[in-house]
Every structure is written in structure tokens, then in C-alpha cells.
Design a protein around this ligand. Structure first.
Ligand SMILES: NC(=O)c1ccc[n+]([C@@H]2O[C@H](COP(=O)([O-])OP(=O)(O)OC[C@H]3O[C@@H](n4cnc5c(N)ncnc54)[C@H](OP(=O)(O)O)[C@@H]3O)[C@@H](O)[C@H]2O)c1
Length: 292
């Protein structure tokens, strides 16, 4: 026997009876009574959807675009830039991409300081060498916020293994172009980019270090399904839990707790390894997945 329910309210499909069926749709829950075929026990359920305002500082760049297109499917994104026109143009571009995919995206653009000031969470998507000057500029907008660093200090053909260490020269005699083919982690004086950034932030602002090992190429193509583990480092479980949820908001990403900020160098330094694996072995957009 076929029953249908809620005609005219969006559910038009019939249900086979014979055994109890539970359905949940658009905030409604209920059961189909197998004997009568009628819908019983209809009630509303509370769906826990938290929409956050996320500012992406440098949101016009490679990895920033990826976060805007992934989180923009659910959250309000503010694309940050040094130039307002550029921020607005990129916000319009990202909105168009998500609208074409059927999402009612809420993406705006503004200069970095305004983006940070309006947001609940601020993601730093700028290069290591630009961090200090940018944080100085956006400092008033960061107080009391959760700041996420994806920053990886790495350089081509130059390795600094210990903080304040002497750059390691690697002799490469077999090919002239050999040196141009590898990247190394360049250990910052504080031990990691995250520790350095944390020391710059205003009191009450919590830094979480995450997403370093995600390649922008795949992140910024919403047609591509992801399958990555995301190492998360930080000293506050409260802000880490919020970032774990932001990781889970991107399908195919699994958050893994790595430890306090002091462990961030381990995660940051995986990125040049992944880049070397990719460029030296003809692979593309390499990421990490832990197995147990
Ligand atoms: N690309 C990846 O696959 C990847 C993966 C993991 C982590 N990361 C990390 O993510 C961060 C961003 O990487 P990315 O590849 O996205 O960088 P990017 O595209 O080269 O630059 C990002 C943005 O930085 C801004 N910018 C440029 N020069 C600046 C300056 N002097 N001062 C302040 N802002 C400046 C630009 O925005 P405006 O011109 O609009 O201001 C630019 O769009 C890096 O720390 C990187 O290590 C990248």
C-alpha cells in the first residue's frame, strides 16, 4: 500500500507501508503507522546549524579562494584584501561560482581590517613573509577572536632546520637544475609560524594552527571530492573544538588533534614534503591521510 504525506508542503513521494518508517525532513520528524498508513507523531526537531562569520585575510589568493568556496556553502564569508575593489570583485566571483552550484552563498568582500573586525573567526591566508605587517594592520579587529593560521614558512632550495640556524647548503652535483626542484621548511625563530603569530596577537585572542597540508588546487575546485586529514594544533580546547567543526564542515576532511601550538612545526613542515613529493614525482595536489 502506498501512502503520501504532506502534499503541497514539499513532500510528494509515496511510502511503502508494512514496517514502521521514520522520516526526517526539513525540521519535521514523524512515523508512518503500518496498519493505517497514516503519518503519526509529527513534531518539529531542532536542527543545530551554526552559521559563522569567517574573514579570510588574503582571501583573494590561492588557498583563500578554496576556503571561501568550501565554507561559503554554509557560512558567511568575508573576503579580505589590501584593496577593497579586489575584495569585492573576488567575493562576487566566488558567489557566482556557488550560486551556479545551487548554493545561496553569503560572501562579501572588504579590506583586511574591516573583514577581521566583522568576523567571529579570522583565517590568515597570506604568505609567511607578509604575516607581521598584516597582523599589525588588522590588530584592532582581532581582539577576542579565534584566529586560524594556515601559514607555512618554506623556501625553495634553502633549508633552515633549527631556529636561528645557519641555512643548510645541500651540495647537488649531478644536475644543474637540481636545486630548483625542492622546497624546505624554514624554521622561524619562535619554532613555528604559529608560535610566532600567537606572540603577536592581542590578549584574549586564541590562535589555532590548521589546514597547512591541504593543496589549494583541489580545495578551490568545489567539484572535486576531498579526502584529507587536517592536523589541528592549539592551546585552547574551546577554540580547537570550533576549528574541528569547521574542518568537518568541509566534506572529506577529518580533524586530528595534534597537540598544543608547540607541535605546529611538525604539521607545518609536512607541507614542503608534500610539495616535493608532487613536483619530483609528477603528482598533483598531494595531501595526507593517516591510517590505523
Ligand atoms: N597554496 C597552497 O596550496 C597552500 C596550502 C596550504 C597552506 N598554504 C599557506 O597559505 C598561505 C597563503 O598561500 P597562497 O598560496 O594562497 O598565497 P598567495 O595566493 O600568493 O597570496 C595570498 C594573498 O596574499 C595577499 N598579499 C600579497 N602580497 C601581500 C603583502 N605584501 N602583504 C599582505 N598581503 C599580501 C594577496 O591578497 P591582496 O592582494 O588581495 O591583498 C594574495 O591574494 C601561505 O602562508 C601558505 O603557506 C598555502
Amino acid at each position: 500500500m502506498h501512502v503520501s504525506c504532506c502534499a503541497g508542503k514539499g513532500i510528494e513521494k509515496g511510502f511503502e507501508t508494512g514496517s514502521p518508517v521514520t522520516f526526517i525532513w526539513s525540521g519535521l520528524t514523524g512515523h508512518i503507522d503500518p496498519s493505517s498508513g497514516r503519518v503519526i507523531d509529527i513534531s518539529y526537531i531542532v536542527v543545530d546549524v551554526i552559521i559563522m562569520k569567517i574573514a579570510i585575510i588574503g582571501g583573494t589568493g590561492s588557498i583563500g579562494k578554496g576556503f571561501a568556496l568550501r565554507w561559503g556553502q554554509k557560512h558567511h564569508i568575508i573576503v579580505g584584501s589590501r584593496k577593497q575593489e579586489k575584495a569585492k570583485a573576488k567575493a562576487a566571483e566566488y558567489t557566482g561560482i556557488l550560486n551556479d552550484l545551487g548554493y545561496n552563498a553569503d560572501i562579501t568582500g572588504d579590506i583586511n581590517i574591516k573583514a577581521a573586525s566583522e568576523a567571529d573567526v579570522v583565517l590568515l591566508a597570506i604568505r609567511y613573509g607578509q604575516v607581521a605587517s598584516t597582523i599589525e594592520q588588522i590588530m584592532p579587529g582581532l581582539a577576542g577572536k579565534i584566529v586560524i593560521s594556515v601559514v607555512v614558512p618554506m623556501e625553495k632550495d634553502r633549508c633552515i632546520i633549527v631556529p636561528d640556524g645557519v641555512p643548510l647548503e645541500i651540495p647537488t652535483n649531478d644536475r644543474e637544475d637540481y636545486k630548483a626542484d625542492y622546497f624546505c621548511y624554514v624554521t622561524p625563530p619562535a619554532g613555528s609560524a604559529a608560535q610566532e603569530i600567537a606572540a603577536m596577537l592581542p590578549a584574549g585572542t586564541e590562535l589555532v594552527s590548521a589546514f597547512h597540508n591541504v593543496p589549494a588546487g583541489k580545495l578551490s575546485n568545489p567539484d572535486i571530492e576531498l579526502n584529507y586529514d587536517i592536523g589541528v594544533c592549539g592551546n585552547s580546547m574551546h577554540s580547537k573544538n570550533i576549528v574541528f567543526d569547521l574542518v568537518r564542515d568541509i566534506p572529506g576532511m577529518r580533524p586530528l588533534d595534534i597537540g598544543p601550538l608547540e607541535t605546529s612545526s611538525m604539521v607545518e613542515s609536512i607541507t614542503p614534503l608534500l610539495v616535493n613529493v608532487a613536483i619530483r614525482n609528477h603528482m598533483k595536489d598531494v595531501g595526507i591521510k593517516f591510517i590505523d
